[in-house]
Design a protein around this ligand. Sequence first.
Ligand code: SAH
Ligand code: SF4
Length: 380
Amino acid sequence: MTANLLDFDLEGLAAFCEQLGEKRFRATQLFRWIHQRGASDFSGMSDLAKSLRDKLPDVAHIAAPAVLSRQNAADGTIKWLFDVGNGDAVEAVFIPESDRGTLCVSSQAGCAVGCRFCSTGHQGFSRNLSTAEIVAQLWFVEHTLKRELQTTERMVTNVVMMGMGEPLQNYHALLPALKVMLSDHGYGLSRRRVTVSTSGVVPMMDKLSKDCPVALAVSLHAPTDLLRDDLVPLNKKYPLQELLEACARYLPAAPRDFLTFEYCMLAGINDQPEHARALIQLVRQFDGGRGLSCKFNLIPFNPFPDSGLTCSDKATVQTFAATLSAAGLVTTVRKTRGDDIDAACGQLAGEVLDRTNAVARMAKRRVGTEHVVSMHARLP
Ligand code: SAH
Ligand code: SF4
């Protein structure tokens, strides 16, 4: 097996070139061919030294995982399913808007966090994606769309690590992938156009703030530990107070002066006025009472089979948003895109085998939730 060059950030590619006895600067040319021009064939890299062009096919290749399917939604959203081998598949979703094109990228096959409202979480964890498998989603989509539309204009202007998996539980592969996205010789995306979404892996949030402080979205979903323990089991390891303190530490490095909190609206579970009030109190305690600088993004729950959950109705979502806004918290309600092809948040399922019996575990936990809900009915 030769090296897949999608596995390297520029630094890594330079080291690879050096190993081949080539000058490091050759890596920049090669990197630009790969990421800016979408090349996969060394013979066409005309300005690359002939010696290197001849060597490369024996030691390297440039390839994305095979595409199992592509679905185009009525609203222009496109979803690809990639075969990452051994019965695992991951999805990438392109969401076009008038002023941008956002690509939602997966970081793992399955996910070990096991959030109750997430289809990926219900599958259990299969494995981490490699850097090449993460970068390939961007490389493939950007250049496929460019070729189809016969344009040199940039197609993907924003990347959100909001596909399958918990990116901060695959930090080792994530970091070089982010560097490829940001590199001027790669996709040249600014740090504010690349967002890592996390369920709250506190130590890795700190690490990201030092290594590559891109925009951060934190999946909050609940204002109390009791409820969040049940919805996002990682909360037992990194409870709310610790998580919010990590958010406050991230802020000085963040590309904008706020973080985003995602909040999935689940009927009767986390969508009541008392939950909104508790959220306000939670974020207010920071910065000497001025509050943590944040925006709320309410995500209507996207149902999937066997979740046992339903989405809050429109009026409840509006009331919740209005309560947060009235307290001075900037709040948006996310538009659902691509739901006719199951491409909306939390619906990305791939075809990962349930190796960890997650479905059975979830079914057991559902009993526990009713208990939690009734306790929360008494929140202040
Ligand atoms: N693991 C990361 C990123 C992937 S999930 C995280 O949890 O943040 C991306 C976003 O989709 C998260 O905010 C997640 O909470 C949300 N989400 C998951 N399942 C959902 C569903 N069924 N409906 C709506 N949003 C969902
Ligand atoms: Fe994993 Fe995110 Fe889904 Fe939770 S919401 S199970 S962390 S992918």
